[in-house]
Design a protein around this ligand. Structure first.
Ligand code: HEM
Ligand code: NAG
Length: 510
């Protein structure tokens, strides 16, 4: 009779026992590490035990907003930590601490490391966008600088896309799904600026860019389940991302080849060089970065940052417009007065203060996440109020709570469309409260050196779309009742994905 702990003849027994021992060892190491973690000094919201914290981590999937709100109520002005499946997150609640993040250097805390760990780009796309994210400077400078000269195209695409996707008549209301329709319009409009005609209207290219963000986010969730050693294989073979990159290369390859050939033949500033993202990227791309693959990845990455963010923002604005018919006349008057005087231009968008305020207020109440400004600590960091966060930990700012805090926003839960345009009427306040201005208590675009570099484009695009909507259509929700509630998963929020919006062409539309 054998008396061994493991019956060696039964391979499943061997495997389960081995797995069990590894799990016990793993938890023991975690437990010892946890006992000595400098994070212990910070209060926890939820369970903090090595094992029990996993219950709270599960709760994070569907109740992150409530967990963060609980912590905010208790530790306002300070910080607390919450467990998630992959890591602890230190939640920052005070604008003064946001100011410390704003001033911090990349050697102290890293935006890039936080992003690449949470969305696992290394394993799906490759490390190059983390190691040399030069396309971020391309968005910040040449793209932003060219908004005035490319504004006519942007406006042209907005008009064409609305006409194609919302072909409403004067007599009958036309009902369309809000978010998907808006996403098609935003994808076309953004890509009119990025890659121009005819590619921006290509249905496969559009579908690819709309889907890419979702593929990356889904892929990252799968990769995050595996230990580091398996991640490269999982990223390569079990996500759609490598296929999407090839699909992008098929669309962009011929254009990029042509640009490279023309540059070779006629020099950097050849006649009729298109004024678009591809040309702006080529101004800075070096060596390996001048390949079809790398340039296609940069175009996809800019789309990744641009499409869903802007689409969700406009969908929220559209819901708010439909829910607040009382402010339509005032907005329309502003738009008509500006357009009659100056026509459509970047300059005229700058004059639409009420439209700006409306969208800014909409984003105050419904930004993309309850936690923005994620950073991974590279060195130990002491905030100016004395709170210490050790190297290796992750932080995020409780943006949703800050945006809903009565101290910063009187009647904070109320949608007050002209909240910010009224603030701008005060002396010396005229530029402070624009949507593109960053604030320690207005965090839609983050703050500091990694604040959204695409915000000047995003805001001009959003304003042009809203102005176009106001002049062209009457708008209402397809169903009566309250505004469709936002959908939350982990700390991310999205407008209701199926709610329909109804449009009727105005008689005076032009
Ligand atoms: C309403 C629309 C948008 C919202 C709400 C938004 C929001 C954000 C936020 C919160 C960040 C991180 C800031 C931080 O952590 O401090 C960010 C970064 C970024 N955004 Fe946007 N964004 C929008 C549109 C765009 C557009 C249209 C583009 C491109 C044209 C863009 C390109 C980027 C890039 C490249 C980064 C990374 C910055 C870096 O690496 O330093 N975004 N955005
Ligand atoms: C989204 O909106 C639709 C229509 O208003 C509604 O039927 C649906 O229940 C909403 N979905 C969620 C998850 O709130």
């Amino acid at each position: 009779m054998s008396f061994s702990l493991v019956d060696m003849d039964d391979p499943t027994r061997v495997l389960t026992t081995a797995a069990g021992l590894i799990a016990v060892a793993y938890l023991a190491v975690k437990w010892i590490q946890a006992l000595h973690s400098p994070l212990n000094a910070l209060p926890t919201v939820g369970y903090s035990g090595t094992l029990t914290s996993y219950f709270s981590a599960l709760r994070f999937f569907f109740s992150a907003r409530d967990i963060i709100a609980d912590g905010y109520a208790k530790y306002r002005g300070s910080a607390f930590k919450i467990p998630t499946m992959s890591r602890w997150i230190v939640v920052i609640t005070a604008p003064d601490m946001v100011d410390d993040i704003r001033k911090a250097t990349d050697d102290q805390m890293s935006f890039r490391e936080a992003v690449s760990e949470s969305i696992q780009t290394d394993y799906m796309i490759g490390p190059q966008i983390r190691l040399d994210p030069y396309h971020v400077s391309t968005v910040r400078t040449p793209l932003t600088r060219n908004l005035a000269s490319r504004f006519e195209d942007i406006k042209d695409e907005i008009a064409a896309a609305f006409d194609d996707l919302i072909p409403a008549k004067e007599k009958d209301w036309l009902s369309v799904p809000g978010l998907t329709t808006v996403m098609h319009i935003v994808c076309r409009t953004s890509n009119r600026l990025f890659v121009g005609l005819p590619l921006c209207r290509d249905p496969d290219y559009r579908a690819l860019n709309e889907q890419f963000t979702i593929d990356v986010v889904k892929g990252s969730k799968i990769i995050n389940l595996f230990p580091k050693i398996l991640k490269p294989v999982v990223g390569r073979f079990f996500t759609n991302v490598p296929t999407s990159i090839n699909r992008a290369m098929r669309h962009l390859g011929p254009i990029i080849e042509d640009r490279l050939a023309k540059e070779e033949q006629y020099g950097k500033d050849w006649a009729d060089k298109p004024n678009d993202l591809i040309s702006w990227l080529l101004e800075d791309a070096q060596g390996q970065q001048r390949t079809i693959r790398d340039l296609s990845i940069r175009v996809l990455s800019v789309n990744f940052a641009a499409i869903h963010t802007t689409s969700m923002a406009f969908t929220h604005a559209l819901f708010d417009l439909a829910m607040h018919p009382e402010c339509v006349d005032e907005l329309r008057e502003e738009v008509m007065a500006v357009i009659e005087q100056e026509g459509w231009s970047k300059g005229s968008m700058g004059k639409m203060r009420k439209v700006d305020s409306f969208i800014k207020e909409s984003q105050r109440l419904a930004s993309i996440s309850a936690l923005l400004m994620s950073r991974k600590m590279i060195s130990d960091f002491t905030f100016s109020n004395g709170i210490k966060v050790p190297a290796g930990s992750f932080i995020g700012v409780a943006t949703h709570c800050i945006h809903h805090d009565e101290e910063y926003y009187p009647n904070a839960d109320e949608f007050q469309p002209f909240r910010f345009s009224e603030m701008r009427e005060g002396e010396g306040e005229s530029i402070k409260h624009q949507m593109v201005s960053l604030g320690l208590d207005y965090l839609t675009f983050g703050n500091g050196r990694h604040a959204c570099p695409g915000r000047f484009f995003a805001v001009n695009e959003l304003k042009a779309m809203l102005a176009y909507t106001l002049l062209t259509y009457d708008v209402k929700m397809a169903t009566d009742g309250p505004r469709p509630p936002d959908l939350w998963f982990e700390s991310s929020a999205s407008p209701n994905r199926t709610a329909e919006v109804m449009f009727k062409r105005r008689a005076a539309a032009f």
